[in-house]
Ligand binder design. Structure first.
Ligand code: G1P
Length: 295
């Protein structure tokens, strides 16, 4: 088996306006909304770190500076916590803290689409494979979605995209892949890809759930990629072109995915992660039962 080039860098497109969450997102980026006690973006960065990512590249926009602050060290806060002997709090801050030089930030200056946002990271990624994680999608899985993808990538190389099944009447909301030959229990070859297919035209019900491992040749294609669905430059359209030359494999993700870009998904994420926390589970569970009984 050929040795694959290691996936060291991850790109997080965080330039979106978050209009679905107004007024909450008027002054706060949607990626900083909290699920239990961590901002959404922290879950996604932690997933990347667990998969071996060493460099975190954020494609930001106006009003997103607080994301950069979040991943910096708060010297005064640390000093105060230390003085007050708040050891748990110090440990929880340290756990999410990137090491010096591990983060980079660039701006998508205009909202031209996901493909364009990824292209904005081309100089920071350079000529090596990279992971792309869409922060709206928060995954809950013991192994970690990207960790599973890296395992598949180590076997097959090329490009790897995580997919899940979705009811057929929802395929028009997502990028959908066509199913080719099985690779193993966790993966199959991708036969086709389409971004937000018109109802009734999807090649399968496997949707792209927001995690990708891509080869750097995607950047050259994105440079001239025309606008597609929603009049935006789409990563799916560029991947379709790259698939003419390189392999694309699907990783079947079997954990839970919460679309924290939607109100229902965000609330579900909060409830589900709270129910998995030893410190608050019992109380939350009791309260939920009481609330449901009262309806
Ligand atoms: C993007 C991708 C789409 C993918 C989805 C997952 O769409 O273009 O292929 O299925 O994320 O959330 P968006 O949600 O930005 O419209």
């Amino acid at each position: 088996m050929a040795q694959q080039r290691k996936v060291r860098k991850a790109v997080f497109p965080v330039a979106g306006l978050g209009t679905r969450f107004l007024p909450a997102t008027k002054a706060i980026p949607k990626e900083m909304l909290t699920v239990v006690d961590k901002p959404v973006i922290q879950y996604v960065v932690d997933e990347a770190r667990a998969a071996g990512i060493e460099h975190f590249i954020f494609v930001t926009g106006r009003n997103k500076a607080v994301i950069e602050d979040h991943f910096d060290i708060q010297v005064e806060l640390n000093a105060t916590l230390k003085k007050r002997e708040k050891h748990d709090e110090i440990a929880s801050l340290q756990a999410g803290q990137p090491k010096p030089g591990q983060t980079s930030f660039t701006r998508q200056q205009e909202p031209l689409g996901l493909g364009h946002a990824v292209w904005c990271a081309r100089e920071l990624v350079g000529d090596e494979p990279f992971a792309l994680l869409l922060p709206d999608m928060v995954m809950q899985d013991d192994k970690g979605c990207l960790t599973g993808m890296v395992e598949l990538y180590d076997k097959v190389g090329g490009n790897v995209i995580s997919v899940e099944e979705v009811p057929e009447d929802q395929t028009h909301n997502y990028g959908i892949v066509g199913v080719g030959e099985d690779i193993d229990a966790d993966g199959f070859q991708i036969a086709s890809m389409v971004e937000k297919p018109a109802p009734g035209t999807a090649p399968s019900n496997y949707f792209i759930n927001g995690r990708y491992i891509l080869q750097p040749e995607i950047f050259k294609i994105l440079e001239t990629q025309e606008r597609g669905a929603g009049n935006e430059i789409q990563i799916t359209d560029a991947m379709l072109k790259l698939a003419e030359r390189q392999s694309f494999s699907a990783y079947r993700f079997r954990g839970n995915t919460f679309d924290c870009g939607s109100k229902e998904g965000f609330i579900k994420a909060n409830v589900s992660f709270a129910l998995r926390r030893d410190d608050i589970r019992a109380k939350v569970e009791d309260d939920l039962r009481l609330m449901l009984d009262a309806i």
